[in-house]
Design a protein around this ligand. Structure first.
Ligand code: PMT
Length: 404
């Protein structure tokens, strides 16, 4: 793990029982070489006294926006400029809502608005509050603006509930923070090709067969692989997502298009990851004109023919064969079906997705998967696809190259 040497971290502490863990977090950040200044909201001060953070950080704690004495010592704009990054832990539902709305009604929210430093949150709240559509929408808004969310974890909560919403442990926050700002270059010098999104098969000039894949999972992996040092080609079906920085994108529509582009990319890559939801069957004939129901087309209008299996073709190569990772989208007997696909398609690894699980699957921002290879199975807890992608890249690099 690399360090936080010389990083100036502004630690925002908001109201919540997890605030007591942030005292330990100050120490853990300093152990990694960071200078830490602490900003507390009024709510946080109900749980822990500023003196605790002052003693641990070795710096005065900032609490007020309009305190003349504090402004004279280090004004809020100066503080916003001082920070190399802002970490808010715990980040309460209220702080997330105020940040998403762009409010500047206390010192912490004002600093976040006034600073150009990366903003990273470790959310902590009751599980129902975390699951609430308002909080999820705020998380999505912040995410889309480039704010990173570390966690939350799941488990038993101080209020007696069980579920997602626990702040991650300080050591985990530090590890993920380092990974977010300077990911280990586990794929440095490697080339990775990834398929993402759906394919689309025309039926006539106005209709097509497809599925609900949004491309989010594949795009998140492309971004994580690039940040881990890989040269990435992303073969994208028709989706409305921005291309991650540094990624070479090849847009395709039909399965045949994706098949061609994937084979071309696989000739020059070390790892091939098939996250796309490929349409298995296409219409045997594409009608030149819109099919009319008046033309006696009552039943059996559609005749289908099988599409090529892209990932199986690449895994079945005898030469120029990369390390091949597939996904398995299943609605029942998830492990059994995924293991079957791993074997039948001769893959090196398969990532099993229970797409009936409300915690993930098609078009969700979150996912929960089981990574299966010949010798092991590893369940990754439900998380944002962006977070999961980082873990998957680490696991794939480890299996493909033993971490080198
Ligand atoms: O795109 P999102 O909205 O983020 O959703 C993510 C996801 C659910 C689409 C993704 O995580 C996922 O599970 N992708 C695989 C979906 C799928 O089609 O699974 P499958 O079990 O039908 O196919 C197994 C594997 O074979 C997959 O790697 C698939 O890309 C590949 N395949 C399938 C058929 C085909 N003709 N060619 C293929 O390459």
């Amino acid at each position: 793990m690399s360090s936080l040497a010389d990083k100036r971290i502004l630690l925002g502490v908001s109201g919540g029982i997890a605030a007591y863990k942030s005292a330990d977090l100050v120490r853990r950040l300093q152990d990694r070489g960071a200078s830490v200044r602490v900003v507390m909201t009024a709510g946080a001060q109900e749980f822990v006294r500023p003196l605790t953070f002052q003693a641990l950080s070795g710096n005065p704690v900032h609490t007020d926006l309009l305190d003349p004495a504090a402004e004279a010592a280090m004004g809020h704009i100066e503080l916003a400029k001082w920070a190399d990054l802002i970490l808010i832990a715990p980040a309460s539902a209220s702080v997330m809502a105020r940040l998403a709305a762009g409010m500047a009604d206390d010192l912490l929210s004002t600093l976040c608005l006034a600073s150009e430093a990366p903003l990273i949150l470790a959310p902590a709240m009751n599980q129902a509050m975390w699951r609430h559509p308002a909080t999820q929408a705020n998380a999505q808004t912040l995410n889309a603006r480039g704010v990173s969310l570390l966690g939350p974890g799941a488990g038993s909560q101080a209020c007696g509930d069980i579920g997602p919403g626990r702040m991650l442990e300080p050591l985990d926050i530090v590890a993920r923070l380092i990974d977010t700002i300077a990911p280990e270059q586990v794929l440095k010098g490697k080339r990775v090709a990834i398929t993402a999104g759906p394919t689309r098969e025309a039926l006539d000039p106005v209709r097509y067969l497809s599925n609900h894949s949004s491309g989010k999972m594949g795009f998140a992996i492309a971004e994580a692989a690039t940040r881990a040092g890989a040269e990435v080609t992303l073969i994208a079906g028709p989706v409305r997502l921005a291309t991650p920085a540094g990624v070479t994108r090849v847009d395709v529509v039909s399965t045949d298009d994706m098949h061609r582009a994937a084979n071309e990319a696989a000739d020059h890559c070390d790892i091939f990851i098939a996250a796309a939801a490929v349409v298995d069957f296409r219409p045997a004939r594409v009608a030149a004109q819109k099919i009319k129901k008046e033309d006696g087309n009552d039943t059996d209008v559609l005749q289908l023919t099988k599409n090529p299996d892209i990932v199986a073709d690449i895994a079945g190569r005898s030469a120029l064969r990369p390390f091949v990772v597939g996904f398995a989208a299943e609605t029942e007997k998830v492990l059994e079906h995924a293991r079957g696909k791993l074997q039948r398609k001769h893959l090196d690894m398969i990532i099993a997705n229970d797409v009936s699980n409300p915690e993930g699957g098609f078009n969700s921002d979150r996912n929960q998967v089981i990574v299966i290879d010949g010798s092991s199975e590893q369940t990754l807890p439900a998380a944002l696809k962006t977070e999961l992608a980082k873990q998957l890249v680490g696991i794939i690099a480890e299996r493909a190259f033993g971490g080198h």
